[in-house]
Every structure is written in C-alpha cells, then in structure tokens.
Design a protein around this ligand. Structure first.
Ligand SMILES: [Fe+2]
Ligand SMILES: [Fe+2]
Length: 472
C-alpha cells in the first residue's frame, strides 16, 4: 500500500487502477484542474525549472525526492498515510467501535461539508499567492513559494479524491465547484474570510504562512483524528507537507526581524525605512492583522456544529488520543472568554459546544512559540522591543467579539474611538505602499533583497547559493 505508482496518469497509493469508475471520474476532473492551475497558479514561470520535492512514499523516513521540475509537469498525486489494522474510533458516541471505511449514511452531509470547507482553502491560497513570484526576495524564497503552491494544489486533489471516491454525484459536483470559486471574487468567493484577503507582498506571504497555514495545521490535525478512516489517513499525510509551509512563515518573518535589527544597530535608529528595511512597529501591525483574521477561521466560540462533529466521531480535538479524559465530553466544562455588559469575563461552558474555542486556544499557544523565537532575535540584538500577539477579541469578524471594539491590549472601546486609533494597530495604506516599494525581484543565486536576512541553510542540504530556480 505504501508504494506510489507513478506509471499512472494520477500517481497514487490507493490502487486507483483497480477502481475504473473512480479512475474515470478523477481523470475527467484532472483537465479542469490543470486548466485552473494554468489560469490561477503561479503567474509567469511556465518554463522555469524549479528544485521541488515530490512525494514518492508515505512512510516517515524518506518520503520525498528533490529534483528540477517544471511546475506544469509536477505529478500531483493521491497519497494516504498507512492504515492501522484494528484501529478504533477514539472519541464521541461511537468511541471504541472500528473506524469507518465507508461514509456512515447519517453523517454524509456533515462529512461532506467538513471536506468541502477544508478543500476550498487549498486552491484559495494558490490564487492569493499567484503574482508573488515576480517580486521574490531570492531564488531560495521563490522555490519555497512554488513548493507551497504545488502542495496546496495537491491538497485540493486529496480532498477531491475523497469527494469522488465516497460521495457519488454530490461529490463530483462539489469537486467542480472547488475549481469554480475564486479567492476575493464578489460573485463566487472562497468559503472562508481569510482566504479572500489579498496576499500582495512577501511580508504578507510570510505572515499568511505562519498564521493562516497554521490554522490549516490545526484543522487537519483534528480531521486526522476522524473516525472516517480515509479522511484521517489523507489528513495525516497532508500534515507532513504542511510543516514546510509553516517553516516558511516562521523563518520568513524571523529573517525580516533579523534584518531589521541589523539595520537598527548599523544606523543606530529604530526607523529603518530610509535604509530599505521594515520597521518593527509595521511588522507588529501586519502580525495583528494576520493573527486576527486567522482566529476567525476557528468559528464561533460556542458551536453546536462543532459539538455534533465531535459526538459523531467526525472531527476530534488536537492530539485527541493523548488527552486524558472520557473522550465523550458530555459532562465536562471548558473556560470560554465572554462579553458581559461590555466587559470581558471567563465563564465555564459545556466542553462539547466549546470545541472551536479549545482548538483556538491550542492554536494561540502554538503561535506564541513563534513570536517568542522572533523576540529572542530582537533581544539578542540588544533592542528593547517585543512583538506581541494581540488580544483574541481584537479585530474579529466572527463570534461573540465581532460586534465589539477591542484594542490589541484587550480594552473595550466605543467604535469611534477604536476607529480613530486603528492606524496604530492595523496596516495602513502607507505601510502597504512602503512594503510594496521594497518588492523588487532578486534573481541571482545566493543574493537576497535588502529587507530580509538570508536563511541559515539551504533546502535538502543544498547550499544557500544553489540555483533553486532555473529560467530557461
Ligand atoms: Fe494545505
Ligand atoms: Fe499549507
């Protein structure tokens, strides 16, 4: 099961050749997918050779090879992590029963909605990042962008496989719709808010891959716990790819921070704009924006949908099997931040309905670790400044804080006062223009734009000045 068949039109480890009906459905969808990639994938690099990794197996050690590939020739495949014999459902009312190999009839609609919502984010990010190649800060970064793009496109195929293999005609229709929606389109937008925001510059890309891809990590991790085994195994393999996307965000922001600190030291100033750098307070405003829109992706604090998904055994908690409780949660409580007469207070709520908030808490903790790393860089440079995650109620559009005007420090204001101050907290037009003005492409191997430090090491043991993208 673990070996991948690359002799087929769609490489896979799911024995596609033995399921003619499914193979035909996927091969009918594939040209539409390739048409979408040509139209909405990376713009302007059709003939370039990119040093990409391609999955060749699904075991933890050595699952990928690295080589030059034209992106249009990338072999998008269907890869599921190994099944575990005798595996049982870990949570919910079916806890202890064998995992499902087919969709349970009663849960068909709920399961389809979960898969479509996840699937929709994958092509959305490719669309959002489509023009960034033209302003890359280095070939190393360009290659990383394209690696993310081809893998997000593969994640779309991964979800489409589930839809077509297990959901019949509805699944085929959903698979088409995934190619018809467009990020930011007023008529046919992508499903979730953050995936309709533009990613106009590389600072936004690093923030997006740190904060928004990390939401993806937590959603995938919860779906990897699913009692529907094909979904669990699909998500488990996606998570191995997702790690690189967050690495790009984490180290990307970290390298900008590092470069800013160098410029601050060199010129003995905290205003590095005149020297082609990005000021720390501007970084903070970008961070505030991307963190707050990503928090919205977890949904309402209290949600009966989330409770149902859990009880049905479809979507678990982060690292469900490592948690020590009854894994049913019918009697337990969980603390949730609430609004009471304009004040923020913590109240115990039924743990089942608070599952979105719990996942958001896991996410916030994980984000904080990255911020701590960036702050260590600032401190090591002897600079007195700290990047901070804004309060979770700041700048929200979804959930109970959506109607509230909260500062990054967590103070509730009147709307007019908040609007008067918002330029201190969120990227301004001038910030966006400044960052855009720095986005000049750097095409020589080993050279980096002046606003970002080089990485510590290259990809797959290659040197930093390796020719990660070849323009022929
Ligand atoms: Fe993804
Ligand atoms: Fe991703």
């Amino acid at each position: 099961m673990s070996s991948v068949d690359y002799s087929e039109r769609i490489p896979n480890n799911v024995s596609l050749a033995h399921d003619r009906r499914l193979q035909r459905a996927l091969e009918q969808w594939q040209p539409h997918f390739l048409g979408w990639w040509r139209e909405m994938g990376p713009h302007g690099f059709d003939t370039s050779q990119v040093y990409l990794r391609t999955a060749v197996a699904v075991d933890a050690a050595g699952w990928a090879t690295f080589d030059y590939v034209r992106m249009a020739d990338y072999r998008w495949g269907i890869f599921l992590a190994e099944g575990e014999p005798g595996k049982a459902i870990e949570f919910g009312i079916h806890k202890g029963q064998p995992v499902w190999k087919e969709v349970p009839g009663d849960y068909r609609g709920a399961l389809r909605r979960l898969i479509v919502t996840q699937g929709d984010t994958e092509p959305a990010s490719v669309e959002q990042q489509r023009l960034l190649g033209g302003s890359c800060p280095s070939l190393y970064d360009l290659r990383n962008l394209f690696q993310i793009n081809v893998e997000e496109a593969r994640h779309l195929l991964a979800m489409v496989y589930l839809l077509q293999a297990y959901f019949g005609r509805d699944g085929r229709e959903e698979a088409e719709e995934l190619l018809n929606r467009r990020s930011g389109d007023s008529d046919k937008p992508r499903i979730l808010g953050a995936f309709n925001e533009p990613t106009p510059d590389w600072l936004a890309l690093y923030m997006f891959t740190f904060f928004t891809d990390r939401d993806g990590r937590f959603q995938l991790a919860s779906l990897a716990e699913s009692g529907f085994d094909p979904l669990s195994r699909t998500c488990r393999f996606m998570l191995t790819e997702e790690a690189h996307h967050m690495f790009v965000g984490d180290t990307g922001v970290g390298r900008v921070v590092k470069r800013t600190c160098e410029l601050m030291r060199e010129h003995d100033t905290d205003r590095v704009r005149p020297y082609g750098g990005i000021d720390l307070d501007l970084l903070q405003r970008y961070l505030n924006f991307h963190f707050s829109v990503s928090l919205d992706l977890f949904g309402s604090e209290l949600s009966t949908n989330a409770a149902n998904y859990y009880s049905m055994g479809l979507k678990g908690r982060f690292r469900e099997s490592q948690l020590e409780d009854d894994h049913r949660l019918q009697e337990s409580a969980y603390p949730v931040l609430e609004v009471e007469e304009g004040r923020l207070v913590t109240r115990e709520q039924p743990a089942l309905t608070a599952l979105n908030e719990r996942l958001r808490d896991n996410y916030v903790d994980d984000c904080q670790k990255g911020v701590d790393r960036w702050n260590r860089t600032i401190k090591a440079a002897g600079i007195d400044f700290e990047l901070k995650l804004p309060h979770r109620a700041f700048n929200r559009r979804i959930g109970r804080f959506a109607d509230l005007w909260v500062t990054p420090q967590g103070r509730v204001l009147e709307e007019a006062e908040w609007r008067r101050l918002q330029d201190q907290w969120l990227p301004t037009q001038a910030d966006r223009e400044l960052v855009l003005s720095l986005m000049h492409p750097v095409w020589q191997p080993g050279k980096f734009a002046g606003w970002i430090a080089p990485p510590l090491r290259g990809i797959n043991g290659r040197p930093i000045d390796f020719e990660y993208v070849r323009f022929d």
